[in-house]
Design a protein around this ligand. Structure first.
Ligand code: FAD
Length: 452
């Protein structure tokens, strides 16, 4: 196993549970890769703190006033680091319990069945490559500590007065949510014509509206043209069509995507294909062009998400153990843990349009949900995409509080080949936000017609 991220440790533990002899190779001091150390987990800890802060501010609307919150940045950082330590420590124990040998060092394939790990040779019958991805840097960026990537942003060194986020995707906006709540004046520059490219525009709208009210500025269809480090801040220029503009910032977060770590591992030398971007192509059993070499997680392609890596890891381990299984997900949920959250699974309306595919849409606005109104989330919406002939659920999208949790139900419906009517006929507890899934199904089925 090469790499100890979510993909790597899931595959290693599954393989060990199936009776295989497993060596886990990593260049990191701690197990867990990006997700546990500098990704999903620390970001969600900080997002939780951000939510507590913004909820406290918003409580005045409900007749409850708190004083101005005081943030102890060292304590917040310590709390976040404690969660990471607890989880990564747990992984080390799980490896030990399974007798998975961990070898630490920079690894490179030297022969068809051998790796060099910082001078130590590790031999294998099968190899699973799970080397993940790294942040993409913009060309010609000055080497300046005020210019950071997501890892730097999660360090929480300080709260800058003026923060520029280059890239309005999930990672950029999650970090913007944290720093905005902590008091930074946030500006976002995004090249596409919408935030979170990939999500349907109507789902992003309530998020955009809310952050337009809170942030200094959001510039869409805008390209950064230069970044210069000066004494009074980092000066950034950008252009939108023919119009040029810019600003000076105390910190600049570059969140323009991630690149796969497929190159420099010696894979090509043993016949494994690595494409021009650095991805390692695999079949549905996660096998590369070389039958005893498998690859999983961010290094094999989009979506670069932890739960995809974990599922692929399980499949690869089971295939190596001789099981007849394949990776065959109908949908992989994507979630932006912003405020409000945006989540989707399966087919999106944008994709359906691009593919010329006819779908029926059941849309339920949360302004008609008692639970949404009573929890201060009236601008949310739940949307189901349904196949007009079979009535099967093809996809779903949700924006609003806890959208990331709510998307699990339509995800399950998609995976089970359920029809929209099955969701509508399932009795949901009242009043809950989960009801909005059933109501969206009823809209698609035509049994709810009189919405505001
Ligand atoms: P990685 O976690 O990248 O692990 C790769 C491992 O390989 C590392 O241990 C690395 O050191 C090791 N390695 C690489 N090359 C070598 C080498 N030559 N020798 C030895 N070791 C090597 N996903 C979600 O699903 N939900 C989220 O909320 C979420 N939030 C995120 C927030 C941020 C800020 C970021 C950056 C990412 C987030 N992600 C999230 C994405 C998620 O972290 C990745 O999809 C996931 O980590 C991929 O796992 P992986 O096993 O493929 O690789």
């Amino acid at each position: 196993m090469l790499g100890s991220g979510v993909g790597g440790y899931t595959a290693a533990f599954r393989a060990a549970d199936l009776g295989l002899d497993v060596v886990l190779v990593t260049r990191d001091e701690r197990l867990g890769g990006v997700c546990l150390n500098v990704g999903c987990i620390p970001s969600k800890a900080l997002l939780h703190a951000a939510k507590v802060l913004t909820d406290a501010q918003g409580a005045a609307e409900h007749g409850i006033a708190f004083g101005e919150p005081e943030v102890d940045l060292d304590a917040l950082r310590g709390w976040k680091d404690g969660i990471v330590e607890r989880l990564t420590g747990g992984l080390a124990q799980m490896a030990k319990a399974r007798e998975v040998r961990v070898v630490t060092g920079e690894a490179r394939v030297t022969e068809e069945h051998a790796l060099d790990v910082g001078g130590t040779e590790v031999t294998f019958d099968h190899l699973i490559v799970a080397t993940g991805s790294r942040p993409i840097a913009l060309p010609d960026l000055p080497d300046d500590e005020r210019i950071i990537d997501s890892t730097g942003a999660l360090e929480l060194a300080d709260v800058p007065e003026r923060l520029l986020v280059i890239g309005g995707g999930i990672i950029g906006l999650e970090m913007a949510t944290v720093y905005d709540a902590l008091g930074a004046a946030v500006t976002v520059v995004e090249m596409a014509d919408q935030l979170i490219p990939g999500a349907d525009k109507d789902l992003v709208k309530p998020l955009q509206k809310r952050i337009e009210e809170r942030y200094d500025a959001i510039h869409l269809s805008t390209r950064v043209t230069s970044v210069e480090a000066g004494e009074d801040g980092v000066a950034v220029r950008w252009e939108r069509g023919d119009a040029e503009d810019g600003g000076t910032f105390d910190r600049v977060l570059v969140a323009v995507g991630r690149a796969p770590n497929g190159r420099g591992l010696g894979l090509e030398e043993i016949g494994v294909e690595v494409d021009e971007r650095g991805f390692v192509p695999v079949d549905d059993q996660l096998r590369t062009k070389v039958p005893h070499v498998f690859a999983i997680g961010d290094v094999v392609g989009q979506p670069m998400l932890a739960h995809k890596a974990a599922h692929e890891g399980k499949v690869a381990a089971e295939v190596i153990a001789g099981e007849d299984v394949a990776f065959d997900a109908r949908g992989i949920p994507s979630v932006a843990y912003t405020d409000p959250e945006v989540a989707w699974v399966g087919l999106t309306e944008t994709q359906a349009k691009a593919e010329g595919r006819t779908v029926e849409v059941g849309l339920f606005p949360w302004s008609a949900s008692g639970r949404a109104l009573s929890t201060g989330s009236p601008s949310g919406r739940t949307k189901l995409l349904v196949d007009p002939a079979s009535r099967r659920v093809l996809g779903a999208g949700i924006v609003g509080a806890n959208a990331g949790e709510l998307i699990a139900e339509p995800g399950f419906a998609l995976e089970m080949g359920a029809e929209a009517g099955d969701l509508g006929l399932t009795v949901h507890a009242h009043p809950t936000l989960s009801e909005t899934v059933a109501f969206a199904a009823e809209v698609a089925e035509g049994t709810i017609t009189d919405l505001p």
